[in-house]
Design a protein around this ligand. Structure first.
Ligand code: NAD
Length: 442
């Protein structure tokens, strides 16, 4: 049953591809190639992986225990949690609802999706299509703003998965606590990208320029700011300007996503106006088109407007560092638990240094956001960037209750082995028996 429903999501995407392209263009002017890749194909890959592995995930799994306890056949059953609530956001309005829906369905749950009010055309399309492809007794879409979300949060859900900012996450968690409902929080933060002196500078610059143009930098795990080694700074900035310029010229203002609404336009515009860093490239704004050009800002101080909070837009502050410990210290001061962490280097040991010292949600070498492109790699934050994860097996388990079970026996020998615990006979003798059963430390 779950497999059939998951396949229906695939069909819904496949049979309505151009309607999804149009909806995302209407909502955020997302170019077709962006919708097709990081939304539609990403979800389809997740579906294929889920269908390939669902039987294996769903069956009871054995638990590795001491030899002495193997007789009890310890195992873990995966049970649906029940009715789950998925609160989505607007920057990837398909991926951040349907990917989660697949995990919820595959684990056997019913689900309500609360789509973001900031992408109303996509939300309306989902509300129209989901009942056509899935059983509407089990899966529903609710469109609306925080009032609808607040109403939904009054109910007793079996699990709530929220994607969005940390401020609302606290409201979600407080509401969930009334019913002791478990939550998964997918948030953001200030994701660093370190460009070391051992990086392929041209490729590093090209890929960092890409994430600031892609969805106009409105990706939770995209590069928020760059730390560049002093010895390669000049070369890196030159390459970065070259690529941002080329990408922007090739796309044109209308070929790039726009900022999602006026509030976010002014947030970005104010951040730019307040920076004390030097604008090395960009800065052009068009309020009518909700557009701010990808903009490079050199040498902002740590209390600069661009380093105080998550940018979630096309600005790119750039800080110079001399040593790896200095870069690590700067990251820890800016945001100790970012959602992503990227190290541009040809020396994996340099990357390992940051991977082991910074507690980010995810990480990648030489490509910002690469961990999302590889299907079914668990995705989630830590600390202020979130809690819990989904995609692939992690998503299945997020929406499953993992129930441990063991088997015991009533034959005379088994009962004899239990005699020490009953308050019968000589207690001291039983204590000694128990001591003899202790497994020594090897
Ligand atoms: P948003 O405004 O769309 O809000 C997210 C959801 O919360 C919406 O469905 C909205 O209706 C609901 N909401 C708003 N106020 C609420 C309230 N008071 N009570 C209950 N629900 C409420 O999204 P946003 O906050 O602008 O999202 C941007 C943030 O999301 C950024 O920080 C970004 O990094 C983060 N994000 C994280 C991920 C991830 O997967 N980790 C993905 C995308 C975005």
């Amino acid at each position: 049953m779950e497999e059939a429903a998951v396949k229906q999501v695939w069909r819904m995407l496949d049979e309505n591809e151009s309607r999804f392209h149009d909806a995302l263009y209407a909502d955020i002017r997302k170019p077709k190639v962006e919708t097709q890749s990081y939304e539609i194909i990403g979800i389809k890959n997740e579906i294929i992986h889920t269908l390939e592995h669902l039987d294996e995930w769903a069956k009871p799994s054995a638990v590795d225990v001491f030899e002495e306890f193997k007789v009890n056949q310890p195992r873990v059953y995966k049970q649906p949690k029940g009715a789950v609530l998925i609160i989505g956001t607007w920057n990837y309005p398909l991926d951040l609802t349907l990917d989660l829906l697949i995990s919820a369905i595959s684990a056997g749950n019913t689900a309500v999706i609360k789509a973001s009010e900031n992408t109303p055309v996509t939300g309306k399309l989902l509300a129209e299509l989901i009942p056509r492809y899935l059983d509407s007794e089990s899966y529903r879409v609710v469109n609306g703003d925080k009032d609808q979300a607040t109403e939904l949060l009054k109910y007793h859900w079996a699990h709530i998965l929220y994607t969005g900012g940390a401020k609302v996450a606290r409201i979600v968690m407080a509401a969930a606590s009334k019913h002791l409902t478990p939550v998964t929080l997918e948030l953001g933060g200030k994701t660093p990208t370190i460009v070391t002196e051992k990086a392929n500078i041209a490729i590093a610059a090209k890929r960092i320029a890409w994430v600031k143009v892609w969805n106009l930098g409105q990706t939770c795990m995209s590069t928020d700011y760059v730390l560049v080694h002093e010895s390669v700074r000049e070369q890196f900035v030159t390459e970065l300007i070259k690529y941002i310029k080329t990408f922007a010229e090739n796309s044109g203002v209308d070929g790039m996503s726009r900022l999602i609404n006026n509030m976010h336009f002014h947030r970005i515009s104010d951040m730019l106006a307040a920076t004390k860093g030097k604008v090395a490239f960009g800065g052009h704004q068009d309020e009518a088109k909700l557009f701010v050009e990808p903009t490079i800002i050199l040498d902002p101080a740590l209390d600069d407007s661009t380093l105080e909070s998550e940018i979630f837009g096309p600005l790119l502050p750039l800080i110079t560092y001399k040593t790896l410990p200095e870069a690590r210290d700067l990251i820890t001061r800016i945001d100790p638990t970012p959602l992503g962490l990227y190290v541009m280097t040809e020396d994996n040991e340099q990357a390992e240094y940051f991977f082991t010292h910074i507690r980010s949600g995810g990480a990648a070498i030489n490509d910002p956001m690469a961990q999302l492109a590889v299907p079914s790699v668990p995705f989630g934050g830590f600390g202020e960037s979130g809690m819990g994860s989904y995609r692939g097996k992690a998503g299945f388990e997020t929406f499953s209750h993992l129930k441990s079970a063991v088997t015991t026996f009533t034959d005379p020998a088994s009962e004899q082995a239990n005699e020490w615990r009953y308050a019968l006979g000589d207690r001291e003798e039983k204590f000694q028996l128990l001591k003899n059963l202790e497994i020594p430390l090897s």
